[in-house]
Write a protein that binds this ligand. Structure first.
Ligand SMILES: Nc1ncnc2c1ncn2[C@@H]1O[C@H](COP(=O)(O)OP(=O)(O)OP(=O)(O)O)[C@@H](O)[C@H]1O
Ligand SMILES: [Mg+2]
Length: 112
């Protein structure tokens, strides 16, 4: 299993959720965060206004998936979250040791 941490623009959340649902992702969570990338101190556009960047609002999605789903998920996220401008976000990929569905005790892929 893999855990994918996806940081996107808040304006892209609905598109990304829709794409993930379309490819059969059944569970995820997201958090409202603030962050900055490598242009810190330079300008980035947020909601139509350009201003000095310190930390901008972003959305972080965490999704745990089967190993085989990785490429499909990466493609769905990049196609729905990309604008081509700076600040589009980033994806971090981790190996997951195990998972458990609390109700049934199922483990591993079966728990997703
Ligand atoms: N190295 C990092 N570690 C953790 N989070 C990061 C890292 N880089 C970026 N982020 C997070 O991702 C968000 C978006 O980053 P951003 O897309 O601006 O990255 P970038 O490297 O500056 O790329 P770009 O040149 O396309 O803007 C940041 O606001 C921050 O929340
Ligand atoms: Mg940036």
């Amino acid at each position: 299993m893999k855990k994918i941490e996806i940081i996107i623009r808040p304006s892209k959340l609905e598109d990304v959720k829709q794409q993930l649902s379309a490819i059969g992702i059944h569970g995820m969570n997201y958090t409202e965060i603030r962050g900055f990338g490598r242009q810190r101190g330079h300008t980035e556009v947020y909601r139509g206004s350009t201003y000095e960047v310190d930390c901008l609002p972003k959305i972080k999605l965490d999704i745990v998936i089967h190993d085989e789903a990785l490429d499909k998920v990466l493609a769905a996220v990049t196609s729905s979250a990309r604008t081509g401008n700076i600040g589009d976000g980033k994806i971090f990929i981790y190996d997951v040791l195990d998972a458990m569905r609390i109700r049934t005790g199922e483990r591993g892929n079966a728990a997703l």
